[in-house]
Design a binder for this molecule. Structure first.
Ligand code: SAH
Length: 377
């Protein structure tokens, strides 16, 4: 976009008027400057990100979604990538205050899938057109490096044309490296919040903000396509904290970013906390797409849970990935991170057909493709 702003990008300061991308003369205003910088793909500062979040109107969302859609189409056309999500264990040693499968939740009925169960999910997924399998679990010590590496290498041998994504939480550098060498391509580890004090409000003292951030750096150094992310509207979160999340992402440059609204779970300390909103999540999806045009950005199940058309709205705001569930139907309800999670009673084949229809309905197409990051090493 050719604007006075791009020409004068170094000359905006708080005491001068400037001409924005519509040619309108503005007084310095972090909202206007932030908006223009996003459209010109320039980095924003904390004040500018915060001003955008403070002024989340339908008008702003529509403008940013249109711009986000345009840059997404330049890189991905109308393609939507699918990932087959296999939630293989809900045992967890951690006690995150927001999460339904936290260790202290005695009402959670625990389960583990065997290697054979996991491979049979992959077999079904492959037939249905999935070319990425996402293995997600709580932090379950049963799955030692040897056990996980064996599962990863078996999937890799059986489906050499598929990508393997892991989402197993925090492990050592050596463990991540072993799993990468066994054939894993990608790793999802949401940072949850970029503000240490906020991290400590969401997690017990046994968990460390620094360690989580170190894990993300290790994953990147090893060569994984890496996904970070956060919940929108998590307890105690402010717009300034979200601005810090965006600054962290701007600097870290992940290949993927997973965001979805916080949704309370009845058996957690956050049972009575307010849920995040569709509107905030959509605005953030558009901002992320404009910040990093080639980002792999899912419209998450949590977004589909807070609104019946949440995932469709997410795609229209700039997301380009959906993650239908491939877990055996009998286990799905037990992987209960938050209340009222959708699709827990469906067969995988139903899920993918439903997703095809939903995406077609808004002019997008689910494709049979690994859907790698254009920026992978
Ligand atoms: N144990 C793995 C996977 C965690 S579950 C790990 O630590 O990465 C995946 C994500 O679900 C979490 O990172 C968190 O951001 C999200 N999540 C957990 N509880 C949630 C809730 N109540 N509402 C919305 N999202 C939640």
């Amino acid at each position: 976009m050719s604007t006075d702003l791009t020409k004068n990008k170094n000359s905006i300061n708080k005491n001068e008027d400037y001409s924005n991308s519509q040619g309108v003369i503005c007084q310095y205003d972090p909202f206007c400057v932030g908006f223009d910088k996003l459209l010109c793909q320039q980095p924003l500062n904390k004040e500018e990100f915060t001003a955008l979040l403070d002024n989340n109107t339908i008008h702003l969302r529509e403008q940013l979604a249109a711009a986000a859609d345009k840059v997404r189409r330049e890189h991905f056309g109308n393609k939507v990538y699918i990932r087959g999500l296999i939630e293989f264990s809900n045992y967890c040693k951690n006690d995150c205050y927001y999460c339904g499968i936290r260790r202290s939740n005695r009402s959670a009925e625990r389960y583990r899938l065997s290697k054979e169960d996991i491979l049979s999910c992959c077999r079904e997924g492959y037939t249905l057109g999935f070319r990425t399998f996402v293995l997600q679990s709580g932090e379950d010590a049963y799955y030692t490096d040897e056990r996980i590496a064996d599962i990863v290498s078996s999937i890799h041998e059986a489906y050499p044309d598929c990508a393997i994504t892991l989402s197993l939480g925090e492990r050592s550098y050596e463990s991540y490296k072993l799993l990468f060498d066994a054939g894993a391509d990608r790793y999802l580890l949401r940072h949850e919040t970029a503000v240490k004090k906020h991290y400590e409000q969401l997690h017990p003292a046994a968990m460390s903000f620094e360690h989580r951030m170190q894990c993300l750096q290790d994953l990147k150094d090893i060569g994984y396509q890496v996904g970070c992310g956060f919940m929108v509207g998590s307890p105690y979160q402010t717009h300034e904290m979200l601005a810090n999340d965006l600054l962290f992402i701007q600097d870290f440059k992940p290949h993927m970013v997973g965001i979805g609204p916080f949704i309370s779970h009845q058996d957690t300390p956050f049972a009575s906390k307010k849920n995040g909103t569709l509107e905030d999540t959509l605005l953030l999806l558009s901002i992320l797409r404009l910040m990093q045009p080639t980002l792999l950005l899912p419209a998450t199940t949590a977004l589909g849970t807070i609104h019946p058309k949440g995932r469709e709205h997410g795609i229209l705001a700039g997301a380009n990935v959906v993650m239908p569930n491939l877990s055996p139907t009998k286990n799905r309800a037990k992987y209960s991170l938050y209340d009222n999670k959708i699709c827990t009673g469906d067969e995988s084949a139903q899920c993918i057909r439903c997703m095809d229809r939903r995406m077609e309905g808004i002019g997008y197409q689910v494709v049979i493709d690994r859907g790698d990051s254009p920026n992978r090493k």
